[in-house]
Ligand binder design. Structure first.
Ligand code: ADE
Ligand code: ZN
Length: 326
């Protein structure tokens, strides 16, 4: 069969992945050892056995615990280089990487430690491997807007090292409107804007992300299907959706990949993309997301090309660079 080979080989962009979600259990334990951090799991197998999620929050609790081993600039560098190596192997030509600074600054890690380690990894991968990589600072929505504003202030001396901001963590109960002021400030600063919306939360959160936060892309967005007026808006404005099939499966957003609505969203004319979200936790990097989704849904080569093209078009790279790829 040619389709798996096509899915693997086609040049693609990854627009929705959290770098802390690329920490493999082996690297978590290696960093714990290197840094003298005590983990509440005996070994790699015990940690992996805990990866049985029932919803977003059950995942986030373990994901934040895993990130506790990151202390020094070299730790952030090593984590990002490991992900970028995997991305290169999957023929990702461009990636836009989320990072959660508040997960680290709350433990006393400096903002410059986080950003400089990640940024150096991106630059070295570009030079040595030819992949293009950018960073998106993501605010934790379970924390207050004041804390997000402070995080932005702390990051502004390094403004040239990230291209935009996002909004992640516990969605339900933390609507986009809670972050109207900090996103307004980021907009004035000329940063790109994205937000997780409609992963577990209702279509109203997607409306809020668009109309109150003025985001350029919606991360997940799979709940849009419940609102025909919203669907038409997303089609008319060609707002990209960064969908993460294996994430949706592992966090029980869908019952099976065969039941995933990505084919319907694509067919309806939405600008859908395929992404890995937290590949070390959800059982696969971006190509594995394509392979398992196509196997389960019966989509073909035409949909494959469309999704890859969408990913490049929906990226924040300059138009001239896009033309080289498309
Ligand atoms: N942080 C990491 N992965 C996430 C997801 N899928 N949803 C919300 N926040 C996240
Ligand atoms: Zn995500």
């Amino acid at each position: 069969e040619h389709l798996p080979a096509l899915l693997r080989a086609m040049p693609k962009a990854e627009l929705h992945m959290h770098i802390e979600g690329s920490l493999e259990p082996e690297l978590i334990f290696a960093l714990a050892e290197r840094n003298g951090v005590q983990l509440p799991y005996a070994d790699v197998e015990a940690l992996r056995a805990a990866y049985a999620f029932t919803d977003l929050q059950s995942f986030l609790d373990i994901y934040y615990a895993g990130a506790s081993v990151l202390l020094h600039e070299q730790d952030f560098y090593d984590m990002a280089r490991a992900y970028l190596n995997r991305a290169v192997a999957d023929n990702v030509v461009h990636t836009e990487i989320f990072f959660d600074p508040q997960t680290h600054t709350a433990r006393g890690v400096g903002m410059e430690t986080v950003i400089n380690g990640l940024y150096r990894a991106c630059r070295d991968a570009e030079i040595e491997q030819g992949i293009s990589a950018s960073l998106i600072l993501s605010f934790l929505r379970h924390l207050s807007e004041e804390e997000a504003l402070q995080t932005l202030e702390d990051a502004l001396p390094l403004r040239d090292r990230f291209i935009g901001v996002g909004l992640d963590s516990s969605e339900v109960g933390n609507p986009p409107e809670k972050f109207a002021r900090v996103f307004g400030r980021c907009r004035e600063l000329g940063l790109h804007l994205v937000a997780h919306a409609g992963e577990e939360g209702p279509p109203a959160y997607i409306w809020g992300a668009l109309d109150v936060l003025h985001v350029e892309r919606i991360d997940h967005g799979v709940q849009a299907e419940k609102d025909p007026v919203l669907m038409q808006r997303l089609v008319d404005e060609q707002i990209p959706l960064t969908v993460c099939p294996l994430s949706n499966l592992k966090l029980c957003v869908v019952d099976s990949l065969a039941a995933h609505n990505l084919p319907q969203l694509l067919k309806a004319g939405l600008k859908v993309t395929v992404n890995s979200d937290d590949p070390a936790y959800f059982g696969g990097y971006v190509n594995e997301n394509y392979l398992q989704l196509f196997e389960a849904t019966g989509m073909g080569a035409q949909e494959a090309y469309q999704l890859a093209r969408n990913s490049l078009e929906a990226s924040f790279v300059a138009a001239a660079q896009k033309e080289q790829w498309i």
